[in-house]
Write a protein that binds this ligand. Structure first.
Ligand SMILES: *Cc1c(COP(=O)(O)O)cnc(C)c1O
Length: 412
């Protein structure tokens, strides 16, 4: 494949997909793959969901884009829907997770400068976090590999260990410049790292005591993936700012930064913008997604199916000492290995399963469509368990054949 005209910012697997349906993707040779990644937590409704397809086609035939210089009724409808679901007050729309987080970072800076009147406002961010690839969001990200070579980084971020509330309290005592904490409720890119049950509640308390904004990055955890529309809804708390993107458009680029209370009035007219953000086409798609999450009860389904998948893996991989832990919150699923197993993404692809290995190569990350059927989930558990067992038994020869995993992959 001629790839030289594309910058090599990605290491890609050598497969190209022609079309998809539900939990399945079909490559250009007609082979089918069970998609346990959903384009990295994006296609939560699966591929070619009729409600989304219809919304996009109908809207594309009417008007795609008008700009934010005019009223956009679909954007208003989507904002009404999202604020009603989340309990937040208002929304700024962009086109990606990084842009949603940029809006949140700008909001926190402006809150610091104009409301708190702090001289050099700073935001607490976590080790091993991921917030995006723009200059501000990569500076907020807790991964040197993402930052290396892009110095000077954006200043005004103070790093803290994740899931360590005492570290946050210590910073509160020592740093009067802090105006916000920005955190993923569950760290996604670093391998589905789930904090203590009451971590967000304690963060909320510390933020209240210090007049800090609590900013939750739900780019990956939002839109029903964790088993609630937003992951903070498991904790019964409210953030001041929450961002989301990945699952919101089912593949149509859209990001949202929602704000509440004192945070909702910080960004006034002329302070921030986006030409495309919340245009009629992306909002039509996102409205179809949000309505489908409700009508198909996908929050409940994510909890039920995620727990079922994890029970299946635990049963089959119980005695595999290569597997350190299987964990999940809804359909954010991790199989943590005791050693790096990056090749497993390639081996699984050969066997017709799409997944991703993250967290330093040690975590198999599964983000299947929330619409996956029980039979597909069983196929995923059986096939992947067999692949992992063979890999664990004979790590040094990745070419070795997995026992018949019972997959249905074939040419058509
Ligand atoms: C993917 C991700 C981002 C970045 O989103 P993009 O759409 O790639 O800019 C930010 N935060 C989290 C938690 C993510 O998972």
């Amino acid at each position: 494949m001629a790839v030289d005209s594309i910058m090599t910012t990605y290491n890609r697997l050598s497969v190209a997909f022609d079309h998809g349906e539900g939990s399945w993707l079909y490559d250009t040779d007609g082979n089918k793959y069970l998609d346990a990644l959903s384009g990295i937590a994006v296609c939560g409704l699966g591929h070619a969901h009729p409600a989304v397809t219809q919304a996009i086609c109908e809207q594309a035939a009417k008007v795609i884009h008008t700009s934010n210089l005019y009223t956009i009724p679909l954007q208003q409808q989507l904002a009404d829907k999202l604020t009603q679901i989340s309990g937040m007050d208002n929304v700024f729309f962009g086109n990606s997770g990084a842009e949603a987080n940029e809006a949140a970072i700008k909001l926190a800076r402006r809150y610091g400068n104009t409301v708190r009147k702090v001289e050099n406002p700073a935001i607490i961010v976590m080790e091993n976090s991921f917030h995006g690839r723009t200059m501000a969001t990569l500076s907020a990200t807790g991964n040197r590999a993402v930052q290396a070579g892009f110095e000077p980084l954006v200043s005004g971020f103070v790093r803290a260990p994740f899931d360590d509330i005492n570290a946050i309290r210590t910073i509160a005592e020592n740093n009067p410049n802090i105006v916000a904490v920005m955190v993923e409720p569950i760290q996604g890119e670093s391998g589905i790292q789930i904090p203590a049950d009451d971590y967000l509640n304690q963060l909320r308390e510390v933020c209240d005591q210090n007049e800090w904004l609590l900013i939750l990055d739900e780019v990956q955890t939002g839109n029903a993936r964790s088993g609630k529309y937003f992951a903070y809804q498991h904790n019964g708390i409210m953030p001041d700012v929450v961002t989301t993107a990945k699952g919101l458009g089912n593949g149509m680029p859209i990001g949202a930064c929602l704000a509440r209370g004192k945070a909702a009035s910080v960004l006034g007219a002329g302070t921030h913008g986006s030409t495309y953000g919340g245009n009629p086409l992306s909002c039509a798609a996102a409205l179809a997604v949000v309505n489908t999450i409700e009508s198909e009860q996908l929050c409940e389904r994510a909890t039920e199916l995620g727990n079922k998948i994890v029970a299946g893996f635990r049963e089959r991989l119980e005695h595999a000492d290569y597997v350190k832990e299987v964990r999940n919150k809804g359909m954010l699923i991790a199989i943590e290995l005791s050693e790096a197993g990056t090749e497993l993404a390639v081996l699984a692809k050969v066997k017709g399963i799409l997944l991703n290995v993250t967290g330093g190569g040690k975590v198999i990350r599964l983000l299947p469509p929330l619409t996956m059927t029980d039979d597909e989930a069983e196929l995923l558990v059986n096939t992947l368990s067999a692949i992992i067992k063979v890999y664990a038994a004979d790590e040094r020869s990745p070419e070795s054949e997995a026992a018949d995993p019972g997959n249905e992959r074939r040419s058509s």
